[in-house]
Ligand binder design. Structure first.
Ligand code: ADP
Length: 515
């Protein structure tokens, strides 16, 4: 229950806190980036605004200069002086004066003949109806910026009173000249770190070249009241670089955060897994202690009981007396064997198991194990059969350790292979290995348990349920001894189509001498 609470409450809290920390640190760096980039954009805005203001000022100055020269009393004089006036503002190429009814009463222009006629009729038909005149007049300076037949025009106009009548003076700008002369001059001080152009509301290029891949770094500024159909665009020269860098950085930051989360979840997974393993081991250890106590107490109890009967002279028949002495001896042997196994296990756990290796045939050690177990087989009415193959090569081994391993496997065969009457021990050669197999025809080992049975303290479900004597260290000890001999232990269960039987095979490397 407590463990479950730990999983349910603490892990979500840890994951949530780390997620929050990760998110906020990601957002902080992200905002820092944005602020850094925004300052670049802001400085570009200032430049664009200043340029727009200068264009506007330049036009209004020209307007005022020309308008001051228009003297309603002396219009013919203006016509005569027109050529010389281009010094004042050569950007204005024509002047039209209309009366309150919109009729042109005077005009002067740089254009000649056909061109002037075209301009005049366009002025009359297209421009005049569009001028913002109230009662045929305007007392403030106004501008009309428009596109006609693919070409942009700018008209500045202001009305004045002459002899009780209102007249509006309209100035036509030569925008080609503004684009070709004035704009290059205006942008000449921009410096190498910025690029600019001028586009119309549809994005058509008016001046300069296209600004590519600058994305959010392009700053646009409309010219407020004169050339209001146009927009200045400025971008930092390295905009594409900033754009790519910031995109890369965002990607990098996102990947880093994802990796951090991956590692976090992996770590949590590992902690849970290790805690689970620890818990399992603790349970197994507890069971082990109970099993060992039980395993020690049972033979001790039997020994005490029979010993008492003998000591008190309660057993009269010599036959029975002999039998009881045999039981005491057998249980003593069992106790000794159990203690040996526990001590060997403790040594192997500490890595302190010592071996006296010889190079030779393993058969005598296997036979000794069978002989040591023979009484148990007889008691359980189980036949033991030994099959020794031809030409068993020598093996580097500790004879005592081999006997111990085989005895453990035989002991298990007797314990678990109930309902059978035969156990076979095979010694044979397999490629460059010597194989010692112990085979029984018992119920076998369930697949789900097979990966656990070599673990320390592990006992099968059936063994626990049926209270089979045992401590769960036998096979783990066998495995550890086999591995110290450089060998492996294999398990096959079931051994045939009947779905029953178990075959444990210890495989040890043969010492082959080339002839
Ligand atoms: P123990 O025999 O003391 O329980 P072992 O390590 O020797 O411990 O064996 C571990 C488990 O493997 C046993 O509890 C049993 O479930 C299973 N086992 C071992 N040998 C056999 C066998 N020959 N047949 C069926 N089950 C076996």
């Amino acid at each position: 229950m407590t463990r479950r609470w730990m999983y349910v409450v603490f892990i979500p809290i840890i994951v949530g806190s780390v997620a929050f920390l990760g998110y906020s640190s990601f957002m902080t760096t992200f905002n820092f980036d944005i602020w850094g980039l925004r300052s670049i954009v802001d400085s570009t805005y200032l430049v664009a605004r200043e340029k727009a203001k200068r264009i506007e000022q330049k036009i209004i100055d020209s307007d005022n200069a020309i308008l001051n020269l228009v003297d309603m009393e002396n219009l013919e004089d203006l016509r005569e002086r027109w050529a010389a006036l281009s010094g004042v503002s050569h950007a204005v190429d024509s002047v039209f004066i209309i009366d309150e009814n919109g009729s042109v009463i005077f005009s002067v222009s740089d254009y000649t003949d056909g061109d002037f006629e075209r301009l005049s009729s366009m002025f009359q038909d297209v421009v005049v109806p569009q001028l913002e005149l109230k009662n045929g007049r305007t007392q403030t300076l106004r501008h009309y910026h428009f596109k006609y037949e693919g070409k942009y025009y700018l008209i500045s106009y202001k009305s004045r009173k002459y002899e009780e009548e209102w007249y509006t003076v309209c100035l036509n700008y030569n925008l080609d000249l503004i684009v070709s002369d004035f704009l290059p001059e205006l942008f000449s001080d921009l410096g190498p770190d910025k690029i600019c152009n001028m586009v119309d509301t549809e994005g058509n290029l008016i001046y300069g070249s296209r600004i590519k891949e600058a994305g959010e770094f392009i700053v646009g500024w409309k010219i407020p009241s004169t050339l209001y159909e146009w927009r200045i665009q400025i971008a930092p020269t390295k905009a594409s670089f900033f754009e790519a860098t910031s995109r890369k950085k965002h990607l990098y930051d996102s990947i880093t955060v994802l990796i951090a989360f991956g590692v976090l979840f992996l770590a949590i997974g590992m902690i849970i897994y290790m805690a689970e393993q620890e818990r399992r081991l603790a349970v197994l250890k507890e069971e082990f202690i109970t099993n060992v106590s039980h395993e020690l107490r049972t033979p001790l109890g039997i020994i005490q009981l029979y010993n008492e009967m003998l000591a008190l002279g309660k057993v009269k028949e010599p036959e029975k007396e002999k039998k009881y002495i045999q039981i005491i001896a057998r249980e003593g042997e069992r106790l000794g064997a159990l203690l040996d196994t526990i001590l060997d296990f403790a040594r192997s756990e500490k890595g302190k198991m010592s071996y006296d290796h010889i190079v030779g045939d393993v058969t005598p050690s296997v036979i000794e194990a069978i002989e040591n177990s023979r009484t148990k087989f007889e008691q359980e009415n189980i036949q033991i059969e030994v099959k020794v193959g031809e030409g068993i090569p020598p093996v580097k081994h500790d004879p005592h350790a081999i006997t111990l391993m085989v005895m453990n496997l035989l002991d298990n065969a007797i314990k678990y292979a109930e309902g059978t009457d035969k156990v076979v021990v095979e010694i044979g050669k397999m490629d460059d290995m010597v194989a010692i197999s112990v085979i029984d025809w018992g119920p076998g080992i369930p697949k789900s348990e097979q990966k656990h049975i070599f673990e320390r303290f592990y006992r099968g479900k059936d063994a626990r349920k049926k209270h089979r004597r045992g401590t769960g260290i036998g096979l783990s000890l066998v495995k550890s001894i086999v591995e110290s001999h450089g060998g492996i232990i294999k398990l096959i269960s079931p051994i045939d189509d009947s779905g029953r039987g178990t075959r444990f095979t210890i495989m040890l490397k043969a010492c082959l001498t080339s002839s």
